[in-house]
Ligand binder design. Structure first.
Ligand code: HAM
Length: 424
């Protein structure tokens, strides 16, 4: 071998060992919680037409402006690796006529997403989200249920120091008039604002609330608050969401400065964070997006959902690791002294292996040419309950628990192991 070896690209990682096991636990908990609440699994393609995200997520957002992995395919189409899952789910909802099914349609996903962001702890360029979307109902109970389900998932994953912030962005009308008033306030304070906030006064004034820049923070202190100006229907909706969360015992703080990095939100928005995480503290968030389906060419359809980052949940969590799967039967080979026909033994051992698997045993076979001693050590390492050493004159079956062993006809080995396991 020569030359440099390859490394995973910056901001990406390999999933191995304990990490892989923790993800299995995560997936099974997420499935139990979400499917238990009537959500069905959906998976959409890893790439979509670029226009879907430009229109869905919003051209003024950081995601669309700076973070998309966009490429042209062989036919000259512009495609983008999905940076988020809500726009694709809405696309699928329309494409498959799900608006004709009983509403709300509740869908969940566990998928990888791609954003060209500055890579750091808890922030990756390929990351995984679990997400849940409920389409077709604007009932505040949908909001409260959705938020409560993410709360339950975080709790079950042992995520520490969780905070839930909640706000409402109102509907399109109150948003538009509020936007103008906020822009007026920003222009009046323009000299104190960070450059990037100044640049976005026209395009995305709400993001000024997100800035950590000192002058901006000061200027935003007496900025008008959308929450104080909701129209009566939006204010009622928000009050009801709060009452339902109270009823469910979900603790939250109202944060009128909560804005999210995507443009599609209306009414309820929320974010769970963990103080155990440091800078990238957002573990999951979402909200209502009552205009998105229509904006993507579908019928007017309300929607509500969230997504949560798996890496951050695992970083901030303390879920018990999955018990590592041990092996019922380890099939070894006794090559003996002289000139044993290796292929004949190998065939016999392989027969035991496949027969064991057909019988439902977790089985593996020696495939690295180890010595007998090495094979026993390996069987120990994989936690084998039984070891079958296939030889020329039959097979020795060893019970690793009590150390007992017997010489058997190779054909009867699986049967004997099964009987032993059943007697446990
Ligand atoms: P988001 O806030 O952009 O929302 O992402 C949701 C979660 O994904 C974040 O809270 C964070 O845990 C995780 N996340 C985002 N970017 C990264 C990254 N670069 N590395 C690691 N984790 C990350 C959405 O994506 C919306 N689609 C949520 C939604 C669903 N709203 C309504 N429905």
């Amino acid at each position: 071998m020569s030359g440099e070896h390859f490394k995973a690209p910056r901001g990406t990682y390999d999933v191995l060992g304990e990490d892989a096991a923790a993800r299995v636990v995560f997936e099974s908990k997420a499935r139990a919680i979400l499917e238990g609440a009537g959500y069905e699994r959906i998976e959409t393609p890893a790439f979509e037409a670029t226009e879907l995200f430009a229109r869905g997520v919003g051209v003024s957002t950081d995601i669309v402006q700076k973070e998309m992995y966009t490429f042209t395919d062989g036919s000259g189409r512009s495609l983008t690796l999905r940076p988020e899952g809500t726009a694709p789910v809405c696309r699928a909802y329309v494409e498959h006529g799900m608006h004709k099914a009983p509403q709300p349609v509740k869908l969940w996903y566990l998928s990888n997403f791609f954003r060209y962001e500055r890579a750091q702890k808890g922030r990756f360029r390929e990351f995984w989200q679990v997400g849940a979307e409920a389409l077709g109902s604007d009932d505040p109970a949908v909001d409260a249920e959705s938020i409560a389900l993410l709360g339950t998932l975080l709790e079950e994953m042992g995520v520490r120091e969780v905070r839930l912030r909640l706000s409402s962005l109102g509907g399109a009308d109150s948003r538009a008039s509020y936007r103008e008033r906020l822009q007026k306030h920003l222009r009046a304070n323009e000299a104190d604002l960070a450059e990037e906030v100044r640049e976005r006064i026209e395009l995305n004034p709400l993001r000024a609330f997100d800035s950590a820049h000192e002058g901006t923070v000061a200027a935003m202190r007496d900025a008008p608050r959308l929450l104080d100006e909701l129209d009566p229907a939006d204010a009622d909706h928000f009050a009801e969401v709060q009452a339902l969360l109270d009823r469910a015992g979900v603790r939250y703080e109202i944060d009128p400065t909560l804005v999210r990095g995507l443009d599609y939100y209306t009414r309820t928005v929320f974010e769970f964070s963990s103080d155990a995480l440091g800078a990238q503290s957002g573990v999951g968030g979402g909200g209502r997006y009552d205009g998105l389906v229509e904006q993507l060419g579908g019928p007017a359809t309300p929607g509500m959902g969230w997504a949560a980052g798996i890496e951050r949940i695992l970083l901030a969590g303390s879920a018990p690791a999955a018990a590592s799967a041990s092996v019922d039967l380890y099939v070894g080979l006794d090559m003996g002294e002289g000139d044993v026909a290796r292929s004949a033994l190998s065939l016999a051992a392989f027969g035991v292996l496949t027969e064991a698997r057909s019988a439902g045993l977790r089985a593996c076979m020696e495939m690295a040419g180890r010595s007998l001693k090495g094979q026993m050590r390996q069987a120990d390492r994989v936690g084998a309950r039984y070891v079958a050493i296939v030889g020329q004159d039959g097979t020795v079956l060893k019970d690793m628990q009590d150390g007992g062993q017997e010489m058997l006809d190779t054909d009867t080995v699986v049967h004997a192991a099964l009987r032993g396991l059943r007697d446990l």
